[in-house]
Each structure stands twice: as C-alpha cells, then as structure tokens.
Design a binder for this molecule. Structure first.
Ligand SMILES: Cc1cc2nc3c(=O)[nH]c(=O)nc-3n(C[C@H](O)[C@H](O)[C@H](O)COP(=O)(O)OP(=O)(O)OC[C@H]3O[C@@H](n4cnc5c(N)ncnc54)[C@H](O)[C@@H]3O)c2cc1C
Length: 400
C-alpha cells in the first residue's frame, strides 16, 4: 500500500460509466474542455477540470457527480476503459476507510447520537458514498476561520453561531449530513487530550461558497462548555485542528425524486441547511419535496430565522414552531406534525420519502409518538413501518 499524507491528496472528478447515458450535456457544458468522450465512455481530464460544477445540474442521471480522493489521479486512458467506477481507495496512513469506524471515540459518539432510530442505521440507497476518517487526532486537518457570526437575535438567550472554516489547499471531502470533529485547544490538568467534539456540517458538498473548499458549522454556545465557547469566540483568521469527516449513514439521498421530511430543533437544523442547499444547487426543480418542521422557543431563538424567510416554499416547505410565544400555548414540533396529519400521512406512506430527525435528545419520543399516531390514523402500523424504513435507509435520527 502506498504511503500518502493529506498534503498529497486531491479530489478527482469522475463520470460513472454504468449510469451515464452518453447524452453529451457534460461535454457541451464544460467551458474548459475537460470532458471528452470516445465510442465507449465520457471522461474528465484531471489536468483541465477546475471543479466549477457547471456540468452537474444539466446531467440527467447524476453520473457526472462522482468524486474520489486520490494520491495520483486516474489518467484518461484508464477512464476510457472503465465499465464501472473504481471504489474509493484505501490511502495508507491518510486513513480513508469505506465504512464508519464502529469502535473508538468517534464511533461511540455517533452510535449514541443515532441510537434513537432503533436498529442498525443504513445509508439511503442513492446517497453518494462518503469518505470517512480521513483526518484523525494524529494527522488533523488545519482549518482557518473565514467567518463567525451570530444567527440568533441579539436579544435571544441562546448564542448560536454560523462559523465558516476554510481548508485552503487541503482536501476535506464532505457530504451533506456528515460531521467533523473539533479537537479541544487545551489538554486536561494532567496533560492528556480532552475528547473531540462533533459538529454537523451545515453547508453543501461543494462548499459554503460554491467551489471554495470551505464548510459551515452551526454552533451553539453551551455555557461552561470547553469547545463550543471557544468556537463561538473564534476570530476570522484563527486556525483550528479538525478531524473527520465522520458519518456514513445520516446522508442525504442523491435522488431528485426523494421526498425528505426533516424534523429538527436548534442546531439540529445544520444538516438540513446542507440538504436544502444541495437540492437548490443540484436539482432546483426536483420532483421530490423538502418538508421541514423546525422548533425553537421563539423566532429570536431559531437559528437562521431571517435567512429562512427568503427560502421559497417551492424549494423548502417550512413549518416553524415556537414553544414560548407570549400569550400563546406552547407548541412543539410534534404538535405541529399532528396538526398537519392529513398532509403528512401520505408523505410518510410514500416509498420515495426519507425521514430525518436531528437535534435535542429530548425530541425523539414526542416525534416518534406523533409519527405513530399519524400513521395509524391511515391504517399504517408504525411499529412495523419504522424498522422497515430504517432497514431501507429511509429513517434517520441524530440527537445529542
Ligand atoms: C453527531 C453529533 C453532532 C453534533 N452536532 C452539533 C452541531 O451541529 N452544533 C452544536 O452546537 N453541537 C453539536 N453537537 C454537540 C457538540 O458535539 C458538543 O457536545 C457541544 O458543543 C458541547 O461541547 P462543549 O465542549 O462546549 O461542552 P462540554 O465541555 O462538553 O460541556 C457540556 C456541559 O457540561 C458541563 N460540564 C462539563 N464538564 C463538567 C463537569 N466536570 N462537571 C459538571 N458539568 C460539566 C458544561 O458546563 C456544559 O454545560 C453534536 C454532537 C453529536 C454527537
């Protein structure tokens, strides 16, 4: 096995010959002449491709949207011969592995966060295969803070921040739904490292700003919290050590026909911001619906409340739910779901629907009970449906 370091890795754009229908839209769209074809395959020249992504949206099959982290790019001659894409390679000490580590610090954290789904978590069948564990404690990626601003009102009790991290020249491939690890900046009084903290990525795979090799996080300041307080106080230009990417099941279905029902509280909205942006960029007129139930105490406490007002309902059907509005009864996401039972029941029963729940641990039981009630009102046995959805990679929980 070749020894590689993160500094030698690059992200290579490839076309899946198994799915490609040879329609030529990618070649016609590419402005730098990176895409070409012979009588067998369409291929991407790694020396010419500038990862502008202009070719992604016009492709009718999604075969164009394939990427591998490579130490040495696959040459054109090899791509012309392919019948199928090669799997993501193991990259020696850089540590790419095809499946999420089930052991160790991060495996345990993720398993605990996903436990609420019941049974073994499975990725959506159409999800892009993620890269995981590329950077660990011994070889973290270094990210530079590009932005850090508050996304709850200044009057709100909770300070939630939108933090943008740039990886510069370092390859840090991320998919919507994955998390990164942040290494605490200090050691314990005995000089031992503190456990890392996980944060969901709130931006799409091609960057917070398109093609910028950066990511966004949504971080809530936990009073007295070791890492969140530090992150929330970071200034532009400061550098932090990051591990990951992590997570191989809580992933966005890469299917424009997929309905995605997203139920969240607080920073649990982070992956759903990523899902929405991915859909907006890759399939803005998708047949599948994005439906979000998002709970907070008040509009002031709801992260991204202002920006969400500008997202059209045609892209994202929003139900913003508040539990502490003066003079009004408390309402939680599960209450709003019940109130929308007639609309939700057919969505839950639709085989094209994926359900994602993310946020506070405390929300799981209430949401589960609401889903059970909504399903049973139309004669569906939720106790039987839920494990089936779970097994099909269509029911995902990430709570912490
Ligand atoms: C899969 C996953 C995804 C996540 N995504 C996000 C996300 O997108 N955004 C986000 O904001 N968070 C996210 N989290 C939570 C995040 O990882 C951290 O747990 C959170 O930021 C708190 O970390 P901290 O270091 O600030 O707090 P910690 O230092 O861990 O402290 C947490 C609380 O415990 C108290 N405490 C700590 N030590 C002691 C002690 N010895 N005795 C008594 N009390 C103590 C602190 O005062 C604080 O109130 C995620 C977690 C998981 C598992």
């Amino acid at each position: 096995m070749t020894h590689t370091t993160s500094a030698t890795l690059r992200k290579q754009h490839l076309i899946d010959p198994e799915i490609c229908i040879r329609c030529g839209t990618c070649e016609a769209t590419c402005t730098v002449g990176a895409v070409s074809h012979d009588d067998r395959n369409y291929v991407v020249d790694p020396e010419k491709c500038n990862a502008c992504l202009d070719c992604i949206a016009p492709c009718p099959t999604g075969s164009i949207d394939n990427w591998r982290i490579v130490a040495a790019p696959y040459p054109l001659a090899e791509q012309f011969e392919w019948m199928e894409l090669p799997p993501q390679q193991e990259l020696g000490d850089a540590g790419i592995s095809p499946a999420e580590a089930s052991e160790g610090e991060v495996g345990a954290l993720i398993e605990a966060a996903h436990a609420g789904g019941g049974g073994r978590a499975v990725a959506p069948a159409s999800a892009t295969r993620p890269v995981v564990n590329l950077y660990g404690r011994s070889n973290p990626a270094v990210a530079t803070v590009q932005g850090n601003f508050r996304i709850t009102a200044s009057s709100a009790e909770s300070d939630v921040r939108h933090i943008v991290l740039s990886f510069g020249e370092t390859a840090f491939p991320i998919l919507e739904g994955q998390s990164i690890g942040v290494l605490p900046p200090v050691t314990d009084p005995d000089g031992r490292p503190y456990p890392l903290r996980l944060y969901s990525v709130a931006s799409a795979r091609d960057g917070e700003k398109r093609n910028s090799n950066n990511i966004a996080l949504t971080v809530k300041r936990v009073p007295g919290g070791l890492v969140s307080e530090w992150l929330c106080d970071l200034k532009v230009g400061e550098r932090i050590a990051v591990t990951g990417p992590f997570g191989s099941t809580f992933l966005m279905p890469d299917d424009a026909r997929a309905n995605i029902l997203m139920i969240c509280t607080g920073t649990g909205s982070a992956p759903f911001r990523a899902f929405t942006e991915r859909r907006r960029r890759a399939a803005p007129s998708a047949e599948g619906r994005l439906v979000m139930f998002f709970g907070a105490r008040t509009p002031e406490e709801l992260p991204y409340f202002g920006p969400l007002q500008k997202v059209p309902q045609s892209l994202l059907e929003q139900q913003l739910v508040f539990s502490r509005m003066p003079g009004q009864p408390k309402e939680y996401v599960q209450d709003r779901m019940r109130a929308n039972a007639s609309g939700l029941a057919p969505l839950v029963a639709d085989p094209a629907t994926h359900i994602f729940i993310c946020g506070l641990k405390g929300m799981e039981d209430g949401v589960d009970a609401a889903l059970a009630e909504i399903a049973s009102a139309t004669g569906i046995d939720w106790a039987a449906l839920k494990p089936r959805l779970r097994g099909e990679g269509r029911y995902h929980v990430e709570t912490y």
